[in-house]
Design a protein around this ligand. Structure first.
Ligand code: ATP
Ligand code: MG
Length: 362
């Protein structure tokens, strides 16, 4: 699986540009502020239906423009694959996968698997649980379209239930009708997250060990779950019981107070939260380990390595760590590395794409 060409129109600082890629390691180079991260963002958007930098799609439109278009061509299992997205200022989207139109942006997901890493991913460790849940969701959606569907149902049920809880007059019987879909989808999400984490945790521990030369033992777990039950029916029952117990409090709060939307990914060294006790360098290495481990998990589950988008990974790292990360990345399929200077790379790129003011220098 690899990307061959991407054409960008009206996207960030790209007025109109086609870029072609090598199947192995691609280096995006060029001075600060000339479009390296923007190009990684475009790849991320057309493969995963969202930007890794912003939730506001309008920001992606070139200033003074009113729409952007991204068209991607690549190969999956030896076969040509095309997907494109047009996004207008009005919010209108047009998605096409292999020539077939689709109304849902999320139909872009599940063809080209992608894992991205940038210095901002330090927030995965430092900030609140929302980003960590998102990290898990993005990973799971890429190896299970069933997860994507279940998550969509859960979020829909949650939204409806919350708006009902805000209405003073809504009776218990009405509310009970909304518990069922929430519990059904919620229990499945918790189990799927927990199972994925059971596979991800040893991979992350190994990646962290490689980067930190032995170092501490990295542990991952799902926290804040309604129950520790391992089977779906038991988990559903526990979730339902919890909702009944919380009825009064939820009515006062006007919010659903238990479920997967309150879970967190607990990240620790020997039981101590990395968020509270880790050094800056440890946090950075943990964030990178999470991402590299998710790439390995996707590789194992989908039997092909995902595309790696690495933005400024070598910034602020000493020579030894650069080499170790180089070792982890090598032979991982198609990789895109944005780095102002080619000299910082611990290995040779198959293709160097030099960018100036949103154009490829040839
Ligand atoms: N919506 C937009 N329309 C036009 N230009 C934009 C838009 N959003 C950002 N830019 C411009 O894109 C440039 C930033 O590009 P990008 O973040 O890709 O730089 P970079 O090459 O990764 O730089 P660095 O090496 O500093 O990370 C800035 O000059 C910014 O002004
Ligand atoms: Mg950048």
């Amino acid at each position: 699986m690899h990307l061959e060409t991407l054409s960008l129109t009206g996207f960030r600082n790209y007025r109109s540009q086609e870029v072609s890629f090598a199947p192995g390691l691609n280096l995006l180079s060029g001075p600060n502020g000339h479009g390296k991260t923007n190009l990684l963002e475009a790849i991320h958007y057309v493969c995963l239906a969202h930007s890794q930098r912003t939730r506001k799609d309008k920001e992606l439109i070139e200033w003074n423009g009113n729409a952007f278009v991204l068209r991607l061509l690549g190969r999956i299992g030896g076969l040509a694959h095309a997907q494109s997205v047009e996004y207008a200022e009005t919010g209108a989207k047009r998605v096409k996968v292999n020539g077939r139109e689709s109304k849902r942006l999320s139909d872009l997901i599940g063809h080209f698997e992608v894992v991205s890493f940038s210095p901002e991913d330090l927030d995965l460790i430092r900030s609140g649980p929302q980003l960590r849940r998102r990290f898990l969701d993005i990973l799971l959606c890429q190896f299970s379209l069933d997860y994507l569907d279940t998550l969509r149902h859960y979020n829909q049920a949650l939204k409806q239930r919350n708006s009902l809880l805000k209405q003073a007059g809504a009776g218990n019987d009405v509310l009970a009708a909304y518990d069922a879909p929430l519990v059904e989808a919620g229990a499945r999400i918790t189990l799927m997250r927990r199972r994925a984490l059971a596979d991800l945790a040893p991979l992350a521990r190994d990646c962290y060990r490689s980067i930190s030369d032995g170092g501490e033992d990295l542990e991952l777990a799902l926290s804040g779950c309604v129950s520790e039950a391992e089977e779906e029916p038991a988990l559903r029952e526990d979730f339902h019981r919890k909702l009944l117990a919380l009825r009064g409090t939820e009515r006062e709060a006007g919010l659903t107070l238990a479920g997967p939307h309150r879970e967190d990914l607990a990240i620790s060294f020997s039981g101590k939260a990395v968020r509270d006790f880790g050094s800056q360098g440890q946090k950075r290495s943990v964030a990178l380990s999470l991402k590299l481990a998710s790439a390995r998990l996707l590789d194992a589950r989908n039997r092909r390595p995902p595309i790696l988008l690495l933005d400024d990974v070598f910034a602020e790292l000493d020579e030894t760590r650069r080499l170790r990360i180089g070792e982890l990345i090598r032979g991982q399929g198609q990789v895109f590395i944005a780095n102002p200077r080619a000299a910082d790379l611990p290995f040779q790129a198959e293709k160097i794409i030099t960018l100036r003011c949103g154009r490829v220098v040839v």
